[in-house]
Write a protein that binds this ligand. Structure first.
Ligand code: NDP
Ligand SMILES: Nc1nc(O)c(N)c(N[C@@H]2O[C@H](COP(=O)(O)O)[C@@H](O)[C@H]2O)n1
Length: 271
């Protein structure tokens, strides 16, 4: 019964904190808020006071404190999928699993509560291999294996590495870029009813662009009390203008709630 013991790194997010956050996320993986062509989309990331995700491109930067980190893992337990761009996969070698006490691999059964990692890698830049954390965790039964969305063919070797642990490369679209409509449609077709989009900068800025921002249902942002300075990986979507060329705000959240968590504050809102 090895997986019934609480592993040292299991996290706990207390129910009194989760009650505020839970109003913004799907009640369960059987959420009725998804549609046949789009899962429920939560955009969630940690940012500095100067809107940076990281000190520099390619540098992993810890912004969340322990309480908000546990909140992120609570979100991971409540979504069917977690999505990042290949820039993040290359920079961070992330685990992309859920380490909340009681989920599969962390005291719970099978892979219950583990999200499916999705990596957008149109040109096969991420050198996924046996040493990649997400692959190792899948092999150990502590997370699901990733699905990598690409535009073209990838080599047999990388295909085998993913397939051996239950992952796959998924070729989508016919153009030069992975379009958000296609990405979300494929997730819905594969039966995933909710996805949390974590980053990084290019992925968030493209999703928040005026043409696609409406695809986001909920936003949950951890604001850490620090400035990272110029040269960081910034969240600044493209500007929006009306037909006369007058600049408008890209978007404004509704139904906003600020939840203090340790030294951070978590902003929840609906698009
Ligand atoms: N603080 C936080 O919460 C988080 C921080 N980060 C940090 O962000 C940094 C990485 O960000 P960044 O370098 O911008 O990389 P991203 O993770 O945003 O990946 C960008 C790449 O994803 C590919 N891609 C595929 N489809 C799309 C699409 N529709 N829109 C945008 N990109 C797409 C492109 O690959 P191609 O160029 O091959 O076409 C693009 O270059 C790291 O330092 C990481 O630590 C990341 C996540 C969360
Ligand atoms: N919520 C949050 N806070 C931070 O301070 C971060 N740097 C990130 N980064 C995201 O989390 C991924 C790492 O996750 P694992 O612990 O390896 O599972 C990283 O790749 C970013 O997506 N997030």
């Amino acid at each position: 019964m090895a997986n019934m013991t609480k592993p040292r790194e299991a996290l706990v997010f207390p129910p009194d904190k989760s009650s505020s956050i839970d109003l913004y996320i799907p009640p369960s993986s059987t959420s009725s808020q998804s549609t046949p062509t789009k899962p429920f989309v939560t955009l969630t990331y940690a940012t500095s006071l100067d809107s940076s995700l990281a000190l520099s491109p390619g540098v992993q930067t810890a912004l969340s404190g322990p309480e908000s980190k546990a909140m992120t893992h609570h979100l991971r337990s409540r979504h069917d999928a977690i999505l990042i761009g290949c820039g993040t996969a290359i920079a961070d070698d992330p685990s992309l699993n859920c380490r909340i006490e009681g989920v599969g691999g962390y005291g719970g059964k099978g892979l219950e509560g583990q999200p499916r990692p999705i990596v957008l890698d149109p040109r096969g830049r991420w050198d996924v291999n046996h040493e990649s954390k997400v692959v190792k965790l899948a092999a150990e039964g502590r997370g699901k294996a990733p699905w990598v969305f690409t535009l073209g063919e990838v080599g047999h070797e990388r295909n085998h590495i993913l397939e051996d642990v239950g992952g796959q490369f998924v070729r989508i679209g016919g153009g030069d870029v992975l379009e958000w409509d296609d990405i979300l449609r494929v997730l819905a077709e594969k039966g995933l009813k909710s996805v949390m989009i974590e980053g990084g900068g290019h992925v968030i800025n493209s999703l928040l662009s005026p043409k696609t921002a409406h695809l986001v249902d909920t936003v949950i942002i951890t604001l850490a009390p620090t400035w990272l300075g110029k040269g960081g990986v910034a969240v600044i979507p493209d500007e929006r203008r009306d037909e006369q060329g007058t600049k408008l705000a890209v978007g404004r959240l509704k139904d906003v709630k600020w939840v203090p968590l340790g030294e951070d504050v978590v902003l929840c809102g609906r698009m």
